[in-house]
Design a protein around this ligand. Sequence first.
Ligand code: SAM
Length: 377
Amino acid sequence: MPHCRRVEEHLTVGRVAELAGVSVRTLHHYDEIGLVRPSARTAAGYRAYSVDDVERLREVLAYRRLGFGLREIADLVDDPATDAVARLYRLRGLLLEQRDRAAAMVTAIDRELTARAVGITTTSEERLRMFGAQLYEAIGSAYPATRRTEPRIAAKIWDALGDAATVLNVGAGTGSYEPPDRDVTAVEPSAVMRAQRPAGAAPCVAAGAENLPFEDRSFDAAMAVSTVHHWPDPVAGLREMRRVARRVVVLTYDASSTGRGEGFWLARDYLPEFAGLLVDWPSLADLTDAVGGRAEPVLIPWDCADGFFEAYWRRPEAYLDDRVRRAVSVWTRVGPEAEQRAVNTLRGDLSSGRWAERNRDLLALDAADLGLRLIVT
Ligand SMILES: C[S@@+](CC[C@H](N)C(=O)[O-])C[C@H]1O[C@@H](n2cnc3c(N)ncnc32)[C@H](O)[C@@H]1O
């Protein structure tokens, strides 16, 4: 029956969302703005995507992952001067460029690791080239797989924002922890991260923390979550937050040996290279002084929903999963050799029971202090 076959060739919005790894909300948004319109409906009246619609969506998502804004993408996919093959070649070229950029960064990181191993320190300029926002241009597309708002940590951040009606979120990434009930403006230097902000998220400005493009005291509060350790100059960035906002709330780490460095079994027993990443990191006192605030510990729940480095402290098998590691910059920064060694040793210890033996005490805890701190002014 020709009618049935035609319906079979169309995919429902739910199925397309599942296959493409995007939300139904995103697809509805693309439909509303005319970017990708499902050109048919199923017999039950649901939106349905034809083969051509899916092809167009694939192109849109590829541009999205490359960091293009929706308006730019509309121009690219509707370009009357190019046919489908020419557009595929253009996309292919852009993807190769991105791959080469990531490869160049890995080389730069390897160079720095080698230099550090023989005691040579790199200049700030050299470091700027490989870390901060540039790192997220390379690894940012893996972020949303496991990084999301952890409600118990969000509650603490939102509580610390007090009665602030206007909030600046610095190093905002994909928008986790942005309070839903305030007027939020986001700042995020990485185009890859900006492109992954969900439809309807707060407006986002392309800038770095050290140079916030706002007048003094423009916001009731400024927040920064899991980002300060990426800034080339954390103290300067925190002072900027203080300048543009009346209150500052920062979720970061105590890098001292009692805090992040030696407290966590993964760093202590499997990834000693982690300590090297903390060498130049300012002390917690430097960070609190920069904003004139105080720090309080934030416990990490055993079933933490946000997959940051320490999040799986009671679920060690998670670190064997590449998706978990790709969403955490630490693994890229220590380099592939250290990563593989740590994962292989952990795998061995999990199957021999050595990990459980060493970390028996942890299994009785519901939350742990692993150096996460909330700085509040
Ligand atoms: C681990 S992500 C955290 C994102 C988000 N705050 C969250 O909690 O999911 C770190 C973010 O800091 C951003 N970043 C890097 N350097 C920055 C800088 N100098 N100023 C502001 N943000 C920066 C990165 O691009 C990345 O999006």
